[in-house]
Design a protein around this ligand. Structure first.
Ligand SMILES: Cc1cc2nc3c(=O)[nH]c(=O)nc-3n(C[C@H](O)[C@H](O)[C@H](O)COP(=O)(O)O)c2cc1C
Length: 336
């Protein structure tokens, strides 16, 4: 799919980077359900250079966690190149630069989507990274800074001139954050403006919406982000929908429980029991969304402190039923 060091994805679907979410346990679960390519969460180039313990763990991977992309957050060539020297020996398949993060404290320092404001500067930064790397370098961008400064085509052309191998476009502006609808037009325009592969991002929440993204933009692949929260089956479901037009049945409470148990164990093994359980609380709430009268169970999960307590709550999910009989994705599909 990507030029240089070509990576071909049969499904044309990948797991988007999500800070605080796409850690090794999350990636292993999605991969076991059909995800072919995943990104780590973004990592600050500076913290890699200063080798913080947390950063070291964020970069951890294993044999089954492949192919894999790392994403750097930074705006100074020196720290980005220094971070690359530390990251590249770990054998990632793609190195991505984040020019999309909308968070205040990030953009105030000139990083993330702030880089969209100066496409030439971004080009220089990317050209330095491409020159320094022996693997495909990509960039993640947004439609633009605000509704009056949508410049994704210009940014994409400059990025292509820098020699990158592909780009991901989140079809919202920085101003929009994560609200409002994704703009399919800007993604189509960028796809037409460059000849490198374009990965589309935004509202990839259901197989129907992902098909709509392919149909309306002509993009080469779709990055799935929020749609995978509590629903790692979205990869399997979307592949089936794109191939046969049919979405497999939603996993029953037993499969849901077994998947949560596996995910919890991976999390506790990776972070240690205490942190693994705390981090799993929000995941539990996402997994059980849609089960009938599940409020009390979620409240208990937010108080759980040990692996055993969390496992007991999961086991009780086996006797729950879903509140709605229609397909899981119906609510999202209505927004198509
Ligand atoms: C909790 C969360 C964390 C995110 N972290 C990152 C990140 O580290 N790097 C990045 O490029 N995008 C990040 N994103 C953006 C997603 O990759 C994606 O582009 C965005 O959510 C739009 O897709 P969606 O509407 O299908 O969720 C994050 C999104 C969410 C919800």
């Amino acid at each position: 799919m990507l030029n240089k060091g070509a990576i071909t994805l049969k499904s044309r679907l990948l797991l988007a980077p999500m800070a605080g979410i796409t850690d090794l346990p999350f990636r292993l679960i999605t991969r076991s359900l059909g995800c072919e390519f995943a990104f780590l969460e973004m990592i600050s180039a500076r913290s890699i250079v200063h080798q913080s313990g947390k950063t070291g763990r964020m970069l951890n991977s294993c044999e089954e966690d492949s192919p894999l992309g790392a994403q750097l957050l930074g705006h100074e060539p020196e720290s980005l190149l220094e971070a690359m020297d530390k990251v590249l020996p770990r054998g990632f398949d793609i190195l991505d630069l984040n020019a999309a993060c909308p968070v205040d404290k990030v953009v105030k320092k000139g990083k993330g989507s702030s880089l969209l404001k100066d496409p030439k500067k971004l080009q220089t930064l990317l050209a330095a990274m491409v020159k320094h790397a022996d693997l495909p370098v990509t960039v993640k961008i947004r439609a633009g800074w605000g509704s009056t400064s949508v410049n994704a085509c210009e940014v994409a052309r400059h990025a292509e001139d820098a020699g990158i191998s592909g780009l991901t476009l989140h079809g919202r502006t920085r101003e929009q954050g994560y609200s409002g609808r994704v703009d399919y037009n800007i993604i189509r325009q960028v796809k037409e403006a460059v000849s490198i592969p374009v990965i589309a991002s935004g509202d990839a929440l259901s197989p129907q919406l992902i098909k709509k993204m392919f149909d309306e933009t002509g993009c080469d692949a779709v990055a799935i982000a929020r749609g995978s929260l509590g629903n790692p089956w979205i990869f399997r479901d979307t592949m089936a929908y794109l191939e046969k037009g049919v979405i497999p049945e939603r996993p029953g409470p037993d499969e849901l429980t077994d998947t949560m148990l596996r995910h919890l164990n991976l999390s506790c093994d990776f972070y240690g029991e205490k942190r693994g359980v705390i981090l799993f609380r929000k995941l539990f709430a996402w997994y059980v969304k849609g089960l009938h009268e599940v409020r009390q169970l979620k409240d208990l999960a937010f108080k759980a402190e040990t692996r055993q307590e969390m496992q007991d709550l999961m086991e009780s999910v086996r006797s729950y039923t879903y509140s709605h009989h229609e397909g899981y994705y119906e609510g999202f599909a209505l927004t198509c």
